[in-house]
Design a protein around this ligand. Structure first.
Ligand code: NOJ
Length: 509
């Protein structure tokens, strides 16, 4: 396990929307390079960059047509190499986004695979035996290719599923997990992983990591075995590199697959949702961090604690403010509520991820879909750097900008927030610095719940520290022996050892 992960605070960049260095209206790699100092100033020491590879962009770049080539709209492979080098010089690691389960249907592998004549790539994707035979319980397309067969989809219609084999094989055309063609796909994946690591990349966020082997068992053990194999390769050849999975099942991903980290996603039924995206309640929002929510942390804890306890020796749960698929926190939370969530995120175990713009509370915007974003597009709008034209994102004409920006008069802007000591930005910055300066708060530090009841402050221990969170609109008395002899060392709102104010967060040491 790479040591550096213990103190990692990631920053996710959607490259289209971070900074446009060449004034064509879309973000690019040189833009990211020129803003690395902003990442450092915020205190983040690792980046996750969404797919920046050649692609027809029918799914924001998650439809890769060349895994080894930077999309021209973002720059060149040399720019990416420069980004690795400049980031490293500032103490920042860089993760790319690995899409192992599918490619674009314009990937050369697929162009070969769909040919009628048998060739090296015929078995690279999941195909049925003939055009009139579909795939039970899975999406597929037939009748569109010279090859007589239906091909399986992993996501959108433009994303055919790569063939890693089937665990339970009920049809003749289903490859075994250890078949020549399934192993060839796995080797091709390893080759891609090596390609960027050799160039200086520090690891990957892995898209739909659980999707590799079809008809897997309930523990996804065949898919996990592939990732174990890849983890062994990393441990052996790239011991400082790491992987974070989009799996949202840490027991399977970390304990089974050997992932260093697994994202705790906004999936239906997940405890994470109950914190700031309570999609479960009909007609109301009972997110824990809302002052008018029910203040029920047990919904989170009942789901999180078993997962945390089962995986804490092997890897880290990664929690985020948001990502490019989820509504931004500002959609439903006030500035103060977001500050309290930031306090929580930066004092919990595991590895925190901040999505670009969430540090200033950028809003979820009601914009038209772009590049397969659909409702997700509202969380992908360009960064609001300053009060100049296009919020300083680009010098292109406004109508050329990748996506519309927030037209509200009080739209959050980084330059303004920097000047305000009480801003969300400065709260994030202070919390991240605080996390870095206390060993107890790091990813692997001890974590114990002291008080986790509905309607009462949430209190937990991290080593010598005690954290108290009260999102409610009324203050609460505290009477906890764990607070004896301690004093508040970080406060949002008001707190002392006997009382926590309304909508307050405090760390006692
Ligand atoms: C998850 C990614 O986060 C999302 O943006 C993408 O559309 C799907 N996987 C398919 O790759």
């Amino acid at each position: 396990m790479p040591e550096w992960l213990k103190d990692a605070v990631f920053y996710e960049i959607y490259p289209q929307s971070y900074y446009d260095s060449n004034n064509d209206g879309i973000g690019d790699l040189q833009g990211i390079i020129s803003k690395l100092d902003e990442v450092r100033k915020l205190g983040c020491n690792a980046l996750w960059i969404n797919p920046c590879f050649d692609s027809p962009f029918l799914d924001g770049g998650y439809d890769v047509s060349d895994y080894k080539k930077v999309a021209p709209r973002y720059g060149t492979n040399d720019d990416l190499k420069e980004l690795f080098e400049k980031a490293h010089a500032m103490g920042i690691r860089v993760f790319l986004d690995l899409v192992p389960g599918h490619t674009s249907d314009r990937h050369p592998w697929f162009l070969e695979s769909k040919k009628d004549e048998e060739n090296e790539y015929s078995g690279r994707y999941v195909w049925t035996g003939h055009a009139f035979e579909g795939i039970k319980d899975h999406p597929y397309i037939s009748g569109m290719t010279p090859r007589g067969g239906a091909y399986m989809l992993n996501f959108f219609a433009s994303q055919p599923a790569l063939n890693y084999g089937w665990l339970k094989r009920t049809e003749k055309w289903m490859s075994a997990v250890d078949s020549k063609e399934a192993l060839a796909t796995r080797e091709a994946l390893k080759d891609i992983i090596r390609f960027w690591l050799d160039m200086g990349c520090d690891g990957y966020r892995v898209d739909m990591a659980d999707s590799l082997v079809k008809n897997d068992d309930e523990n996804k053990s065949a898919t996990a075995a592939i990732w174990r194999d890849i983890r062994n390769m990393l441990d052996h050849d790239y011991p400082e590199a790491a992987l974070v999975s989009e799996w949202s099942n840490p027991v399977q991903a970390i304990n089974g697959g050997g992932f260093h980290m697994d994202f705790y996603l906004d999936h239906h039924g997940n405890g994470y949702n109950t914190l700031l995206r309570d999609y479960e309640t009909e007609g109301g929002d009972n997110s824990y961090f809302r002052k008018d929510g029910e203040g029920d942390i047990t919904r989170f804890l009942n789901d999180y604690l078993p997962k945390y306890n089962a995986t804490k020796e092997n890897g880290y749960i990664a929690m985020f403010t948001c990502n490019h698929d989820t509504p931004r926190p500002a959609r439903t939370l006030s500035d103060r509520e977001m500050k309290l969530f930031a306090g929580f995120l930066m004092t919990m175990p595991g590895v925190p991820f901040v999505y670009y713009g969430d540090e200033i509370g950028m809003r979820y915007l009601d914009v038209r879909t772009k590049e397969g974003g659909y409702h997700r597009t509202g969380s992908r709008t360009p960064m609001q750097w300053d009060t100049s034209a296009n919020y300083g994102f680009s010098k292109a004409e406004p109508e050329q900008i990748y996506l519309p920006q927030d037209s509200a008069e009080d739209a959050p802007v980084l330059s303004t927030q920097k000047a305000d000591p009480d801003s969300l930005y400065n709260t994030y910055k202070a919390l991240i610095a605080f996390r870095h300066s206390h060993r107890d708060l790091q990813a692997d530090g001890d974590f114990q719940v002291i008080l986790g009841e509905k309607g009462r402050p949430f209190v937990y221990q991290r080593g010598e520290m005690v954290i108290v969170i009260n999102p409610s609109q009324s203050g609460a008395a505290l009477s906890l022996e764990e607070l004896a002899g301690k004093k508040a060392v970080f406060v949002i709102g008001s707190a002392d050892t006997a009382h926590i104010g309304a909508q307050s967060f405090a760390v006692f040491l």
